[in-house]
Design a protein. Structure first.
Length: 197
């Protein structure tokens, strides 16, 4: 997918709840920028093309695609198309972004591997949860999962085989992504918005 491509609110495309949440927050961000809210304008400044734009010009210059992009960047994706690729669970996703390694988890002990097969073997031998950070893999414990804001006893973990990268059940991973994205958005600069439910 082209890095500059957009998918705003096209209703003809079936989407996951996590993607729907991102679109919801992008709509809110867009509205707030148009209203000139300082926090929303600061959030948009993460995009290089708007870093020095006069705030008075932003409401006319901003488009929904910019809000989708900045929301994706906030969650550790390289772009909106990258977020779609990962969150919709396409088989081609090789780079999982940074969403599964939030700053709340940096102090936890975990095992890293550049090889999925090696990481899967370690997880099978020692237990834990196999996650991905960009193109690397990590095995974490239940404390890490709790720090991500997820419940390690959630039945969806067993449904995916505790393997985020190659889950046994894509629908279960989609439900976990929905919870994870919700938690990440609540912690983000958009935290004063009401999450969709």
């Amino acid at each position: 997918m082209d890095a500059n491509a957009t998918d705003t609110d096209s209703s003809d495309r079936e989407t996951t709840p996590a993607v729907a949440s991102l679109k919801h927050y992008a709509r809110i961000l867009h509205r707030r920028i148009q209203q000139g809210e300082p926090q929303a304008v600061r959030t948009l400044r993460a995009l290089r093309e708007f870093a020095d734009t006069d705030p008075a010009r932003l409401p006319d210059a901003i488009q929904r695609k910019h809000c989708l992009t900045v929301t994706a960047l906030q969650l550790g994706f390289q772009s909106w198309p990258h977020a779609l690729e990962v969150l919709e669970g396409t088989e081609t996703a090789e780079d999982f972004g940074k969403l599964l390694y939030p700053s709340t988890c940096h102090g936890h002990y975990n095992i890293w591997s550049a090889s999925y097969d090696e990481a899967r073997g370690i997880r099978q031998e020692h237990g834990g949860y196999l996650l991905a950070y960009r193109r690397q893999f990590l095995i974490v414990d239940h404390n890490y999962i709790e720090s991500m804001g997820l419940d390690p006893a959630d039945p969806d973990w067993e449904a995916i085989g505790r393997d985020w990268v190659k889950p046994n059940d894509l629908a279960a991973r989609a439900r976990l992504y929905e919870k994870l994205v919700h938690n990440a958005l609540v912690r983000s600069a958009l935290s004063d918005t009401r999450p969709p439910r």
